[in-house]
Design a protein around this ligand. Sequence first.
Ligand SMILES: Nc1nc2c(ncn2[C@@H]2O[C@H](COP(=O)(O)OP(=O)(O)OP(=O)(O)O)[C@@H](O)[C@H]2O)c(=O)[nH]1
Ligand SMILES: [Mg+2]
Length: 451
Amino acid sequence: MSENDLIVAIATPYGKSGVGIVRLSGEGCLTLAKKMFRPFDKKCDFTPNKMYLGEIDLGDVKDKGFVVFFQSPHSFTGEDIVEFQCHGGIMVTQKIVDMCLTKGARMAEPGEFSKRAFLNGKMSLDEAEGVADLINAESESEMRCSTALARGELNKTVTDIQDKLSDIVCEMQAYMDYPEEHIEEKTRSEIKAILEEICQQIDNLLATSKQGKLCKFGVDVAIVGKTNAGKSSLLNRLLGTEQAIVTDIEGTTRDVVSGVMEYNGVKFNLLDTAGLRETKDIIENIGIDKSKQTIEQSDVVLLVIDRTRQMDKQDEENLCLTQGKNRIIVLNKSDQKNCATLDKLIGKDKVISVSAKTGENIDQLKKELFDKAFDGNFVNNSLVITNSRHEQVLREASEIAHKLLSSGDDLFFDCLTLESQYLWEKLGEITGVSANDVLISKIFSKFCLGK
Ligand SMILES: Nc1nc2c(ncn2[C@@H]2O[C@H](COP(=O)(O)OP(=O)(O)OP(=O)(O)O)[C@@H](O)[C@H]2O)c(=O)[nH]1
Ligand SMILES: [Mg+2]
C-alpha cells in the first residue's frame, strides 16, 4: 500500500436511495474514470469541479449519471478525486466499485479518505474526528459540538497554547545562550504567568467535558418510585407516546422500559423501572434489582411519589435509596383533589408537582430536568469537549502543566525547556502535529467506509 495509491469506496449509506456516490482518490483516478465513463458532451475535458452527465459502465449494463473531478490539492483528500454520482441502491454503487477494482483501484480502509486529508495537511486530527462525530451525531447538541470541532475550534485553542509554550522555550533558550544578560528573575516571573494562563486554558476545556459526554451519549434518567405512583404514565407523557403499559394493578412494570426524548437539542434516555416494594414474586424482584441498578447508573433520578397517598415506610426507603443522587422529586397526580401531607420531603431537593394524566406542569418538569442534568450551567455555541481521547490527552496535559507551574521556581532552565517541549508534544496528540503513525492509524480505523 503506497500513500497515494488509488482507493475506492461508496460514500453514501448502504441501502436504497435516489442518488449514490462512489469516490475514487489517488494518482490516476481520472485516467481510470475515463475508461468507464462516456460523457454525453463531446467537448467534455473533465474541467475540475464541473459535473458531466454521461454513461457509467457497470459491466453488462450502463447507468446514467454524473462524474466530477476534483484536482489535487483542491479536494477533500488533497489528492486527485473522482466522484461518480449514480442512481442509489445497493447494486449500482457496488457494480461501480467492482468495475474500479478490476481497473486497478483497491478498496479503501474505513476512514482512509480522512486519513489522507490529514496526512496531506487538509485538516488536523481533531478536525477530522469532528467530521466523523458529525456523521454519527444523533442529536442537535451533539451536532453542534461536532461542527465546532470540525471547524477547528479546538485546534485553534490548542495551537494557541502550543504557541505560548514555544515562546517559553525560545525565552529560555535565549537565556541559556546569553546567561551573562542576568535576566533570570524577570524570565522566571514571565514564564510563571504564561504557565498560569496555560493551566487555566486547559482546565477550562476540561471543565466542558461533563457536558460533552451528556451531549454525546444523552442524559440517562431513571424514573423510579413505589408501584402505582405513575412512573410509566410519566414516561409516556414525556415521550408523547404509549411506550409503557399502564394499569392500576401494582407491579405492572417488570422490566426497564426506555425511550428517547429530545429537549433543547439534548437527548434524554428515559428509563421507566419496576415499582419498588416488598414482594415474594420472583420475576418482580428481578425487576426491582434492575430498578436499583438503573438508579446507580443514571445521571438524574426522577423519584415519583403519588401525592394522593400518605407517605409510608417504602417511600422512606426510596428516599434513602436515591439519597445523594442527582434527583428531582416528582409529586404525581396533581389533578386529584386529595393531597396527602408530604412534610418529609422538605429539604434541599427539587420538588415539583405534576399530572402525568393531564400533562399539567410537564413542560416545567422538562426544564427542571435539563437544569438538573447540566447543573444549570449548559453552555451553548462554544467549544465543548465530547471526545474521550481529547479529554484523556487534556487530563495528562493538565497534570504536566500544573506540575511545571508548581516546580517552575526550582527547575533548571534546561529541565524547564524539556518539560515545556514535552507538554507541547502531549498537546500535539490532539491536533496530530506530534502524533505517531500508530495512534493515527488507530483513530482513522474507527471512521466509516467512504469517509
Ligand atoms: N389521576 C391520575 N392518575 C394517574 C396519574 N398518573 C398515573 N395515574 C394512574 O395511576 C395508575 C398507575 O399508573 P402507572 O403509570 O401504571 O404506575 P407505575 O408507577 O408505572 O406502576 P408500576 O408499574 O406498577 O410500578 C394508573 O391507573 C394510572 O392511570 C395522574 O397523574 N393522575
Ligand atoms: Mg409502570
